[in-house]
Ligand binder design. Structure first.
Ligand code: SF4
Length: 217
């Protein structure tokens, strides 16, 4: 976004700022106090399909219960993109498939006390990791060069630009990049399981995952 110099920064020309750098409206102090008193949790989505996140939303009224105890900061649920401070519990969806995923994951680890890998993609690579069976180059060739659905008028070019995250040669499970504290299996995991694990952690209880909570739809 470009702002005129009269709005921000030096007066000798336009400056570039990011939307998250725009001044935010101050919250009502009472509301801020109540929010800050809750347990801070956050989520990130790496290379996945958003199904794990949807599964958490599927907990319906249990989610309302959870929100009485937690405040969700950085998350695609809230569209907050920065981590504002220390996070008690961080949830990860998706595997690691490009350099931006690595940077996001390492930054998340630094700021989270407990890191939870949710779902097959985060735990072992899942569906995106099927590209490991063939190698990156043959997959890109199949998708962009030899694809029977490529329009005849389109040049056979693999998209590339400095702004496009660079693909890693393999898709990695998140535990191969950072230390993970808890893994919740499934594709997607049952929302009840995620809710139970978070609730047990917040209550300081040990937790177990009943076998019937293990779900692969
Ligand atoms: Fe989607 Fe399944 Fe991967 Fe979750 S584990 S992101 S539901 S493919």
């Amino acid at each position: 976004m470009t702002l005129d110099a009269t709005d921000n920064g030096p007066k000798d020309g336009p400056v570039e700022i990011f939307s998250h750098e725009l001044p935010a409206k101050q919250l009502d102090p009472e509301l801020r106090k109540a929010r800050d008193a809750k347990v801070q949790i956050a989520t990130i989505s790496l290379c996945g399909c958003w199904g794990c996140n949807l599964s958490l939303l599927d907990t319906d009224e249990a989610l309302v219960d959870l929100l009485s105890k937690v405040h969700i900061t950085r998350s695609s649920f809230t569209d907050i993109k920065r981590i504002p401070g220390r996070i008690a519990v961080g949830l990860i969806e998706g595997g690691v498939a490009n350099d931006e995923n690595i940077e996001t994951l390492e930054h998340f680890r630094e700021h989270c006390d407990i890191l939870i890998a949710t779902g097959a993609c985060a735990i072992w690579g899942g569906v995106p990791a099927t590209r490991n069976l063939h190698g990156l180059e043959p997959c890109l060739r199949e998708a962009y060069v030899d694809s029977p659905t490529r329009p005849a008028q389109s040049p056979p070019v693999v998209p590339h630009h400095p702004d496009i995250p660079k693909l890693t040669n393999k898709v990695y499970p998140v535990h191969e990049v950072v230390k993970i504290d808890v893994s919740i299996p499934g594709c997607p995991p049952d929302g009840r399981t995620m809710f139970k694990v978070i609730d047990d952690l917040l209550s300081g209880r040990g937790f177990s995952m009943p076998a019937d909570y293990n779900r692969f739809d």
